[in-house]
Every structure is written in structure tokens, then in C-alpha cells.
Design a protein around this ligand. Structure first.
Ligand code: ACO
Length: 324
């Protein structure tokens, strides 16, 4: 018997505090106009000092469980995509597992920076297809406000905090038309680009977390080129073309990146789900946050064919086509 993954739950959580572009000139030499024009970001959410990544992920998970109307105990795998875990160890995934009162199954963190959610989704899909798990909770959760250098105006303005979660369930594959599931996917990485976007610390390197450093223009070019080409490859693999896609949910880094990607893929910008203005770049949380927003505002509906794409530090990148 073959299995496929069906999305049965989605949820997200944003910290209460909102930092708008207009709040920034008080701490940095910048302006709302510069940030809007170069990035499309108008505001970002910032975690409270007593909030941890596991708290954000836990809140998003509760919403996804409520959406799916299932009990936490029926989850047999939790994957948390994050670059800002609560601790070096144990994983944020086991912290969330414990907060949810789940004492069975297994849980682990996955680190692929801004591609983390896509990596986690495809990993979960492979566990489901193998028949070894029935329900997977996949969370992207980040507190990037703690690893940005608030004196570096070229990076700190870009990021925000938040979490998104989805629940995937194993269903028998019947090969019917319009069957839900992950229909095609591809993940890539190439460590030769590690110097273009990195933190200048880590447990082994400095015993500290480090702060973000980025060569923005270079990252921009690679993001456009790599997200467009891997998406074209995945479309080709699926047998669908761009006109069949209902909505594109890219990693939310920069409006200008998304405009360039839509041109390269020959699709109207209106097909792109964007929450950049509201959430900024929340790294591994950005795709599930945008998915949840799209579903709750009815821009994304059951049966829709969705194209996901992401690029993150490493570089890591990839794409997937999902029928909801
Ligand atoms: N406010 C005002 N001026 C600024 C700011 C700011 N916040 N930041 C930089 N500047 C200035 C610079 O100092 C520079 O001034 P100068 O000409 O006097 O030297 C000028 O603006 C241009 O700087 P650049 O860095 O060349 O600006 P650029 O047009 O490349 O925009 C940006 C910078 C927005 C970071 C852009 O490169 C970008 O979006 N890159 C994509 C990277 C990205 O989104 N990364 C996120 C993580 S990776 C990912 O998620 C895919």
C-alpha cells in the first residue's frame, strides 16, 4: 500500500509586540521609505523577553491541532525547523513535545535556515510515504531578533519573530485526479556560498551564538536565480505548468526578490502570497505563516495547487508542489 501526505491542520503565532519602520529611526539611521522601497517590509513582530522559540512554536502548534480537531497524543513525529533554538541542546522539538503533553513518538530539530520549513515538510512527507508515521507536526519557529546586530541597519531591519505549524496525515494513495499530497519536490544545498550569509559565532566556534552577517546584493541574485530554476524543475517533474498553480508561497524575504521570481516564472505577481509587509523575514517560520494567513483570509482553499519555494543561508534551497 502506498501512502501520501494530506494537510489536515495549519496554525501560526506572532508575538504581541509590533516594531514598525517608523519606530526604527529612533535607534538607527534609516527611514520607512528606504525600507519599504528596498524590501517591502512595513513592520515586524518581536518576541517578549520571556518568550522562547518553543513558546512561539507551541502556540502555533495549538492552533494547528485545533484546526485539525485532533488530540496532541495522536501526533507521532514532530519536526521543528529553526536556527534560533531555545538551547544548543536539547532540541526545541522535544521542548514543544513536552509542552504539548506528548510522551510517545519522536521529535527532532532541523536546521536549514530560511529553507528549514521546506526541508522539514519534505522530510515529513518521506516519513509518511515510508509508512512509518501517521501524523506529523511540522513547525517553523524563529526569534531572529536575538541574533541580528541591532547596530547593522542593512540586516536588522529585515527580520521578525514568529511561528507557523502544519499537520500532515498519512492517507492511502489511490492515484485519483486532484488527489491531495506533495506531488513533486526538490531540495538542494551548496556550502561554497556559506560566507555570503552566516552568524559569526556558534557553540564550537566561539561558545556564543553570534550575529548575522550578509552580503545582501549577492544573496539577492542567488535567491532569484535559484528559487526560479528549482521551481521550474519541480513544475517540470510534476507535469503541471505555472498556469495550473493556484498560489505561490515563497519564503518571505523581500518583495523585490518575489517580483523578479514571478517575472522569471512568467506568472502574474498576484499569484504570489506575500506577508512580507506584515511579518518581515521570519526565516523558517515565513512559509507556514504565509500559508496560514492565506488560508484564513480565503486566498488559499482546499484542492488548490500550491508551489512552495525557499532559499536560505548555506545556501540551502528547494521547491515543492502541494495539492491541498
Ligand atoms: N536604511 C537606510 N539606508 C541603508 C539601510 C537602511 N536600513 N541599509 C543600508 N543602507 C544604505 C547603505 O549603507 C548604502 O549606502 P551607501 O550607498 O551610502 O554606501 C545604500 O543604502 C545601499 O546599500 P546596499 O546594501 O547596496 O543596498 P541594497 O539596494 O542592496 O539593499 C538589501 C540592501 C535590502 C539588504 C538588499 O540587498 C536585499 O534585499 N538583499 C536580499 C537579502 C535578503 O533578503 N536576505 C534575507 C536573508 S536570506 C533570505 O531570506 C533569502
Amino acid at each position: 500500500m502506498e501512502f501520501r501526505s494530506r494537510l489536515i491542520g495549519v496554525g501560526s503565532y506572532l508575538p504581541e509586540k509590533v516594531l514598525t519602520n517608523d519606530d526604527l529611526p529612533a535607534i538607527l539611521e534609516t527611514s520607512h521609505e528606504w525600507i519599504m522601497e528596498r524590501t517591502g517590509i512595513a513592520q515586524r513582530h518581536i518576541a517578549a523577553t520571556n518568550e522562547l522559540t518553543s513558546d512561539l512554536g507551541y502556540q502555533a502548534a495549538l492552533k494547528a491541532l485545533e484546526y485539525a480537531s485532533i488530540s496532541p497524543q495522536s501526533i507521532d513525529l514532530i519536526i521543528v525547523a529553526t536556527s534560533t533554538p531555545d538551547h544548543t541542546f536539547p532540541s526545541t522539538a522535544v521542548e514543544i513535545q513536552s509542552k504539548l503533553g506528548i510522551y510517545n513518538g519522536f521529535a527532532f530539530d532541523l536546521q536549514a535556515v530560511c529553507s528549514g520549513f521546506l526541508y522539514a515538510l519534505i522530510t515529513a512527507d518521506n516519513y509518511i510515504k515510508s509508512g512509518s508515521v501517521k501524523r506529523v507536526l511540522i513547525i517553523g519557529a524563529e526569534i531572529f531578533s536575538r541574533i541580528v546586530d541591532w547596530n547593522d541597519r542593512s540586516t536588522c531591519i529585515l527580520f521578525g519573530d514568529g511561528a507557523g505549524a502544519v499537520i500532515m496525515q498519512a492517507e492511502h494513495k489511490l492515484n485519483l485526479p486532484n488527489e491531495s499530497g506533495i506531488l513533486a519536490s526538490k531540495l538542494c544545498s551548496d556550502g561554497r556560498y556559506a560566507d555570503l550569509l552566516y552568524t559569526d559565532g556558534g557553540p564550537a566556534m566561539s561558545e556564543k551564538v553570534g550575529k548575522i552577517h550578509m552580503q545582501g546584493r549577492e544573496v539577492f541574485k542567488h535567491a532569484v536565480e535559484k528559487m526560479s530554476s528549482v521551481s521550474a524543475e519541480v513544475l517540470n517533474q510534476s507535469g503541471y505548468n505555472i498556469d495550473d498553480i493556484s498560489k505561490i508561497i515563497p519564503h518571505q524575504a523581500n518583495t523585490r526578490i518575489l517580483q523578479s521570481v514571478s517575472k522569471k516564472l512568467n506568472c502574474p505577481y498576484s499569484k504570489i502570497m506575500s506577508t512580507i509587509d506584515k511579518h518581515a523575514n521570519t526565516s523558517a517560520a515565513s512559509i507556514p505563516l504565509a500559508l496560514d494567513y492565506g488560508i484564513r483570509t480565503e486566498q488559499i482553499n482546499s484542492q488548490d495547487l500550491i508551489l512552495l519555494m525557499a532559499l536560505g543561508a548555506g545556501f540551502t534551497w528547494g521547491s515543492a508542489i502541494v495539492r491541498l
